[in-house]
Design a protein around this ligand. Structure first.
Ligand code: 1GP
Length: 234
């Protein structure tokens, strides 16, 4: 695994520029002890709402990164940028097409030292990201591992993101995927809304991502920080 801006992240909160968050909630999240704030969303992300959210997070010392999937939202000033691809889609635009177009037009402007490719394995068929990208999210264990290994071993992607957005995933599958990886850093996101779930995911993922719970139950979301840290120490 190559060291990078995200290498030490065990826990991150993922904030959606298209969703409202109060100053008090943002303060609690940024001062929670989380390792980073990740900014990203599947729909409604614009340059303006990304700048607005970034400038609010920037009042704090916590590192802040952006999942950049549309060049029109290429806001400078983040500590790092992830460029997502969807492994299990049949629509090539989400795997490589949009990326090639973006690099053709903007590659010369990119701060490459702060950029990491992020290969998504989308496993909740009912999620917005699955519908948007036409992901075939109903995979067998063997298929899921195979996609992961294509990313990890054939393509050497720096980050594999097991994405169950909106639902808590199969921890046995996450464990199997983790054990099959050679070098990729493993993100897990989906349905982490309690310390117990956070601790389970932290047993296998290098980085646990907490999203929806921020907006649905802030106290429970905040409790996942120490749960992940305890699990990692254990
Ligand atoms: C979404 O993986 C993140 O991209 C987090 O998922 O919103 O279900 O926590 P949740």
């Amino acid at each position: 695994m190559r060291p990078s801006f995200y290498s030490d992240w065990k826990h991150v909160f993922k904030l959606d520029p298209d969703r409202e968050i109060t100053d008090a909630s943002l303060d609690a999240l940024c001062e929670s002890g989380t390792d980073a704030i990740l900014v990203g969303g599947s729909s409604g992300v614009t340059f303006d709402n990304t700048v607005d959210l970034m400038s609010r997070i920037r009042r704090y010392e916590v590192p802040c990164a952006f999942e950049l999937s549309d060049p029109a939202c290429g806001v400078p000033g983040f500590d790092g940028y992830f460029i997502p691809s969807v492994l299990n889609t049949n629509r090539a635009e989400w795997l490589i097409g949009r990326h090639a177009e973006a690099l053709r037009d903007f590659g010369h402007l990119l701060p490459w030292e702060s950029i990491a490719g992020e290969a998504y394995l989308v496993l909740n068929p009912d999620s917005t990201v699955a519908r948007l990208t036409g992901a075939n999210a109903s995979l067998s264990i063997g298929e899921a591992v195979a996609y992961s290994q294509v990313a990890d071993r054939l393509w050497n992607v720096p980050v594999l993101y097991v994405e169950y957005s909106g639902t808590f995933g199969d921890m046995d599958l996450l464990s199997t995927i983790k054990n099959s990886l050679q070098q990729a850093h493993l993100f897990y996101g989906g349905g982490i809304n309690s310390p117990e779930r956070a601790a389970m995911a932290a047993c296998f993922a290098d980085t646990v991502v907490v999203g929806n719970a921020i907006y649905e139950n802030l106290d429970a979301a905040l409790a996942t920080v120490s749960a992940v840290n305890q699990a990692v120490k254990g």
